[in-house]
Design a protein around this ligand. Sequence first.
Ligand SMILES: C[S@@+](CC[C@H](N)C(=O)[O-])C[C@H]1O[C@@H](n2cnc3c(N)ncnc32)[C@H](O)[C@@H]1O
Length: 199
Amino acid sequence: MTSAPSPVGRVNFLRAFFQHRKTIGAVVPTSQRVSRRMARWAGVESAQAVAEFGPGTGVITHHLLNALPPTGRLWGFEVYRPFVDYLEESISDPRFTVLDESAESISTVRATAPEAADGFDAIVSSIPFSLIGLEQSRTILREAARSLRRGGSFVALQYHPKFLAPLLSEQFEVVEREFHLFHLPPVFLLRARNPRLAE
Ligand SMILES: C[S@@+](CC[C@H](N)C(=O)[O-])C[C@H]1O[C@@H](n2cnc3c(N)ncnc32)[C@H](O)[C@@H]1O
């Protein structure tokens, strides 16, 4: 079992939010309960290739690693350099690689990592899509849909109630939603499946 992030991670998180609000998008890390639910809803316990968009200080990452089979691999895409350094220092699990790159570059990993050559079984995201804007959100979701294996799931956490679902419907045939009222702040989880493959 890997352990949850240290209090140092939480302090860095708050500071990061005040310095880069639109990139970080939340004042506190996701709860343990919602992180565990994301790993489960994405089907990580039977996955071999998993991507995480925006691991931050690693709360969801730890639940993904706890669920991932011993032979599985997890790639984290994180644009905030201090979080990349923190994850490199605090997670020594050989199944995990953190990349100092935006989520769009998931297609590069698919093209270069043999374990992901047939596509990712699951992609888990906590990127604040409503804050990074429509154009980049569409690009990331298109790359995610193209990078998923047939039968794979894209699971995203969002605080904005309406922004993400229509964008997901452009790329995926099936979009499901859950509301977690007792999360601070309350949060939506969305699961998208069956990518509409580009004509
Ligand atoms: C709301 S925080 C979530 C952090 C952590 N996963 C959690 O749940 O507590 C959003 C994270 O997404 C990262 N992020 C924002 N835009 C990104 C992008 N285009 N590609 C990868 N990560 C991104 C931020 O740097 C930040 O770490």
